[in-house]
Design a protein around this ligand. Sequence first.
Ligand code: BGC
Length: 708
Amino acid sequence: MRVEIYCKKWIASLVIALVVAVTPATVARAQTSSHQPWMNQSLSAGRRADLLLRAMTLKEKTVLVHGVSRKEHPFKGYVGYVPANPRLHIPALKLADGRAGVGNKATGVTLLPAPIAAASSWDPSLLETFGQVIGKEQWGKGTNVELGPTIDVVRVPEWGRTFETYGEDPYLNGQMAAAEIKGIQSQGPIANANMYLTMNQERDRFHIDSVVDERTLQEIYLPPFHAAVSSGVGTVMCAYIMTNGVYSCENPHVLNDLLKTQLGFRGWVMSDWGGTHSTAASARAGLDQEMPGDRYYGQALETAVQQGKVSMATLDEHVRRILVTMFKHGLFNRPQPGDWDAKVRTPEHAAFSRHVAEQGTVLLKNEGNILPLSGVSSIAVIGMDGGTQPQVEGKGSSHVVAPYVISPLEGIRKRAGATIKVTYSDGSNLAGAAGVAKTASVAIVFASTVEGEGHDRPNLELPGNQDHLISIVAAANPKTIVVLNTGGPVLMPWVDHVRGVIEAWYPGQEDGYAIAAVLFGDVNPAGKLPLTFPLKADRIPTRTPQQWPGINGKSIYSEKLNVGYRWYDATGTEPLFPFGFGLSYTTFRLSHLVVTPTSMSKGTGAIHGTVDVTNTGHRAGAEVVEAYVTQPSGNGEPPRQLCAFAKVFLKPGETRHVGLTISPRSLSFYDASAHRWTLDAGTYRVLVGTSSRSLPLHRDVTITEGTN
Ligand code: BGC
């Protein structure tokens, strides 16, 4: 009897234990380990990808290497979509644009300032947070591939997408790219370095051929992508244009040789939207994924594999790259609760947007310390950009639906309070604008350009009657200040007639608050130009039609290494405002430059510089210390190239010891005859200062034996 009871109890508890143990989750776990071993998180990304690849059919493989249309597969606002594979547990890829916030008409998001504004901070930590904010909002929207940043070096100042970039220097671009990518990827989404390679103009962008020599490619256009790869970027977007006669997305030299072999990129390459032009040639050249559709990589690729025109090994390599990256970034394991309809903007992100706008604002002229405004009883705000039509962002795929825009007029009125009278004229009536300007203590003209994807600017002039408007206002009021909201440099025929000039770029949704803070001195401007402002229309590096916009479909990069400030220095051309330039409401002094070692062999290790920076004025402020290197003349390098920089915040009277690290790569050049980077023996000069044209300190470094 007792035995019977005991047995019954035992059987009952066994049944209960079994019922408890065999939940759907345990079934899934069991299946996972036996049937889906790639779901085992303790394996490496590469191992998991190999295991998954083995389980995939040809069809399943090709599905992963192209996007689908909304018609076939209804999905929300993402600009690119690869459907999930439930059989194999592969999550969907959801791609969205995001250069200054989540794009593709998403709502409930934050409009940040344009990347060119962020870059003007010369502060990689700010770029990292910039990336975090975009990454976080994208993740909240369900996006797992964030299409940004745009990291091309600006070759042509008229380029319509200049505002999306970090400017004209490969080193600066690389530093900024690495920081932003780190920020984006820390929040979940995989970042996308675009647009690879030599994407330097919008005119004829679907077909133009960039004719560029190997050395220039290596020294100017490749380094930002090198930095992006080193920072662990998961994807790269190949560009629309051709490089040396071959479309980027089917260019074996550009994709296989440079990106994947030389730079060691392990992620995947997707084409720009519609930038794929072939099946077998692209697959063999290193294009991993066609976007946004399946014209070349759908059925056509399947057939090409079946017919042996593309080997299975080649297809596997593309699929593997995608899978490895997805595993590495946790897409198989991390829950992705985000949704396109979610509201992701926050007050903190709005405050950050304003902070970037303030930090990116560059004070270009401040005659007689007209700024910050003090003791004024009235302010005339003039120009459509100041009130009715503030230009806060660039157009095209980086467009963000701003939740609101604070116009300069609104921001200034709020900051001015009741004691300062603020008047406004949109400038459409010149005499009216002059009248408004005349009666105010100061006149502030807001001028802008409309720039964006698909078009280059016809020239560097402010469009419409804005130059005229500025001149008329300046004639009416000797205390005239100009604020520019542009995506790139503009000519300033009126510059000698105004007292102040501010470049505020495209400042995002907090425009008015940010500019008011700078004008009134609540914020001390510390931005520096990430590109040169030319003095005259014809005094730019790409001034011949062969160079830009190109003739017979070819843009000839005959300026070679002399891009941006390198050209101004090499040709002894005076810019209006040089690269790296920007004023402050305080003053700084640099002293005691020390460089160690002053002699090195074969470029082992790095060169370290230290310099003392003192705030010699009466306000707290930040200075950017910039270091440039001059190589021995026989190396054929431009006169000076940025090799290190550091931003330092100082109280009045404070001195700080600032460190700079110069890598051997900054002392090297690309030897095209040997097809390799070379460090030559010789004397290298390190110059330190506060702009590319103000370098009061220097020290020499001797390389006793090069790397040859
Ligand atoms: C642009 C890309 C963008 C893509 C998707 C293309 O036209 O060149 O930068 O990511 O569209 O919107």
